[in-house]
Every structure is written in C-alpha cells, then in structure tokens.
Design a protein around this ligand. Structure first.
Ligand code: 5AD
Ligand code: SF4
Length: 458
C-alpha cells in the first residue's frame, strides 16, 4: 500500500506570473505532496513572494514572522520562501528568520522536490540565476478547470528604471513553441476553454529560440487548436506592439477583445527617465490603431505616480492621457524605490504625501471612467465564461466577459466552466450584475455583442 501523501500549503503574493509559478510548484511536488487550503495541517508551507513594491515585500516579512508560532506547534513543518523576494534577499532571509528552512529563487521551482528533501536535514539556499532558465515540462491539468495561465517566457531585458524584475527574474527566456502548444493541448484535453499567455513582455517572444517564431505566429498556432474558445495574453510593452499583432484582434476568433498595455506615465519627460522607449504620442497612436481595428476592444493599463522628479505638470499629462484613452481599468501605484534599480538613486524623490495625494486624484478619475464603461454595457447580451461562485455571495456565480469585466449573476452550479450568454442589468464600480440569458426575461431581441457569433489580460 502506498504511503499517504504529505500536504503542501502555498501562499501566493503578487501577479498572475506568481499564480502560474505556484501552480507549477504544486505540480512538481505532486509525487510527494497534495495541496491543502488549510495552513494548520501543512507539512510543507511555501510562500511565493513579490518584490515589485516595498509594500508587497513588507507583507511577506510580516507573514513569515507570524509563522513562527505554527512552526513551534508543528516542528516537522518545512517552511520555504520562493519567488522574487527570495531571489533578491537570499541568504539575508535565512539570517533574519531562524525558523525558515528553505529559500529558493525564481529559477529554483524545478529543483523543489530535491530542495525540500534536503531541507528536512539542513537549511537550503538556491538563488542561482547563472545557468539560465531550466527546461519546463508541459503541465497537465485535472479535468474541470475552465481557464488557466500558461507561462510563455520568463525574465525581462528591458530595464525600466523603476523595475526590479530584470534583477530578480533574470534575462529574457522564451519557452519553445512546441512546449507551449503541448501544454495548451493538455489543458484543452482536460476540458479547458480559456488560456492566458504570460510573460513580462510577450511582444518580444521568440528572441533567441532555435526555431524562429514571433509572438503573432505563436498566437496563430494556438488559435487553431480545436476547443480553444478564448485566448488572452499579458503583458505587452507598448514599444513592441506591432501592427501585425493589432491586426490579429479581428483575425483570430479566440483572441479576446481586451489588451493590457501599461503606459506608466503620460509625461514624455518621465517616460524617458523611466527608460520606456516610447512617447505619449506613440502610445496614443497605438491606441488609435487598436480602436480602429477592433472598435469594441477594452483597454487596461498600469500607471506609476510620484516617480522621482515628477512635477504637477507631468502628473497633469498623465491625467489627460487617462481621460483621452478612457481605459476600462487602470492599476495605479505610488512609485516605490527598489534595490538595484536606477530610479532608486535619482535625486528628487517625492514625499509620501505628494505620491498619496496624486494617487487619490488618479483613482477618482479612473473609478469614474470604469463606472462609465460599465454603464455602457447595461442592456447588452454578452458571453461569459463562468469561473465559480461569486466572491461576495455563494448564491451567485461569477465569470468574465471576453472584454475582461467581472460579471455576477444567479444560475445553477452546473454552469461553472461553461460559456453562457447573460444580459447585463447593473453597473457597479468593480463588476457588473447580469441575468442569465436562459431565464425567459433575458431572452431579449437585442443583438448579441461580442461572444461566440463574432469571434475576442493583467
Ligand atoms: N514602484 C511602483 N510601481 C511599480 N511597478 C513596477 N515597479 C514599480 C515600482 N518600483 C508597477 C508597474 C508595472 C506593474 C506590474 O507594477 O506599473 O507595470
Ligand atoms: Fe519591469 Fe519594464 Fe520589464 Fe515590465 S518591461 S518587467 S516594467 S523592466
């Protein structure tokens, strides 16, 4: 009889890339560990960390401190820290946290089984990036998952002056297309419907591969796979967003009508100091092309306020750009100085109050724009991929439109994992309410917008 497996609990901080990495950790550990949602019963507790802003790093440190009590109650528990903070801090974490057994960096995921075995004997550190990114065998899924994240590349060579990613995730590395296609096929064979391709800058996918493949070519290959209903990707760098890629939004049926295109700032002076390699004019020209090609496309972005030297006039440029583009959603952050980055050493770092006040003004504007975009959807019939119960109420289901807005509605549990049509009935600041179109009152004669009859990330 085989031994009962031990349990692993994985706490994930940060972005979608970390969510995908945590899923990968669970998979490589699967021969010895089953995942649990209950930290108190774990034999292995892994914290997958994010170093993008100081706040995310502080949250990690405070969690690790609080885990001392759990470790005292369960002395056999192995406590490990992975991801970007582990990569950045390495040995310093082991020195600062005596109850920590294992620190593994962003390239250490595939060495986890061995590291965990050794950590039960002595503390382990694995933060070596020098060998490049290890091969990543195609993942497999249990049946029932409707949507998934597939990492297509790791690392970044862009060196935006504020960003720690190139230092903690290493040089850009693209996975071979055959591996990606095999992984997506595994997912579709398990009944999956929606795939989001992940990379720090997916537009530069393919550089350095033995078989030269561009990102548009990869999308074309994947879009042909039978059973793939929805395809998304994140994140795009505006400097590399080609006309060919923009054209695919109307050519490829599964490609969802949503693009996450981080602008970071609306001021040319600040964009240049950020080393972003585009101007606001270039950015706006790309948006115009996107809207011309795919009029219904929804656009989201990332914005940093309070970059060193940002004046009120620079910030006004950002507000104007945000109004002009009218993003459906914007992830807005106060600039946070990060170790090793060039911007951390720039003069004229702004006081916290100035950053906070600018962030509040930007959020006010964006909240109005998001609500207005939501209101424009009321009355329309749209396709939703049902992802599960709504976070707010067990009585409701929750899913996403092809254009990426969250929709909640009443319906039977059997709809989870299905593509259904709903009528949008109410616009809220962060989500939409809808009526399932199978209910008689939702069988409107209004035309279907988006969704399957036509063909459409972070
Ligand atoms: N400070 C604030 N925000 C940052 N981001 C990246 N680095 C920093 C930083 N040092 C934001 C950018 C990026 C998103 C993932 O996080 O907007 O696009
Ligand atoms: Fe960071 Fe810039 Fe690379 Fe994005 S493109 S991960 S912001 S360095």
């Amino acid at each position: 009889m085989s031994r009962p497996k031990k349990k692993v609990y994985i706490k994930t901080f940060g972005c979608q890339m970390n969510v995908a990495d945590s899923e990968q950790m669970a998979q490589v550990l699967a021969p010895d560990f089953v995942p649990t949602d209950e930290p108190a019963e774990a034999d292995l507790y892994l914290v997958n960390t994010c170093a993008i802003r100081k706040k995310s790093e502080q949250k990690v440190r405070s969690l690790l401190g609080s885990l001392k009590a759990l470790k005292r109650r369960r002395p056999h528990l192995i406590l490990g820290v992975g991801g970007c903070v582990a990569q950045q801090e390495g040995e310093r974490l082991l020195a600062a946290i005596p109850h920590l057994d294992l620190v593994f960096g962003t390239h250490g995921i595939y060495r986890l089984p061995e590291l965990v075995r050794r950590a039960s004997q002595e503390r382990q550190l694995d933060v070596d990036l020098s060998a490049g990114f290890p091969e990543t065998p195609p993942r497999r899924w249990p049946s029932g998952a409707a949507q998934t994240l597939v990492t297509i590349m790791q690392g970044c060579d862009n060196y935006c002056s504020f960003c720690v990613v190139p230092y903690v995730r290493g040089r850009e590395h693209s996975r071979p297309p055959a591996e990606i296609v095999a992984e997506v096929q595994n997912f579709l064979a398990a009944g999956g419907k929606e795939v989001t391709l992940l990379g720090q800058n997916v537009n530069s996918y393919g550089r350095g591969l033995d078989e030269p493949v561009t990102f548009p070519q990869l999308l074309q290959r994947l879009a042909e796979l039978p059973g793939l209903a929805r395809l998304r990707f994140a994140t795009s760098h505006p400097k590399d967003l080609s006309d060919e890629l923009i054209g695919l939004f109307t050519e490829l049926k599964p490609l969802c009508e949503h693009l996450h295109l981080p602008v970071q700032s609306g001021s040319n002076r600040i964009l240049s100091a950020m080393n972003r390699s585009y101007t606001r004019e270039h950015y706006l020209a790309k948006i115009e092309k996107l809207r011309h090609t795919s009029p219904g496309i929804s656009l989201s972005t990332d914005i940093i306020v309070g970059f060193p030297g940002e004046t009120e006039a620079d910030f006004q440029d950002t507000l104007h750009l945000v109004k002009k583009v009218s993003f459906h959603q914007a992830y807005c952050f106060k600039y946070s100085p990060r170790p090793q980055t060039r911007a951390a050493d720039l003069p004229d770092q702004l006081p916290e109050e100035v950053k906070a006040e600018r962030l509040a003004r930007l959020l006010d504007l964006q909240n109005d724009l998001t609500l207005a975009a939501h209101r424009r959807l009321v009355g329309q019939i749209r396709e939703v991929l049902v992802e599960g119960e709504s976070k707010r109420s067990k009585e409701e289901l929750s899913g996403r439109l092809r254009t990426n807005q969250v929709v909640n509605f009443s319906g039977p549990q059997e709809l989870v994992g299905e593509l259904v049509h709903v009528e949008i009935t109410e616009a809220n600041p962060h989500s939409l309410k809808a009526r399932w179109a199978a209910e008689p009152s939702a069988r409107s004669r209004r035309p279907v917008v988006g969704g399957t009859p036509r063909r459409l990330s972070c």
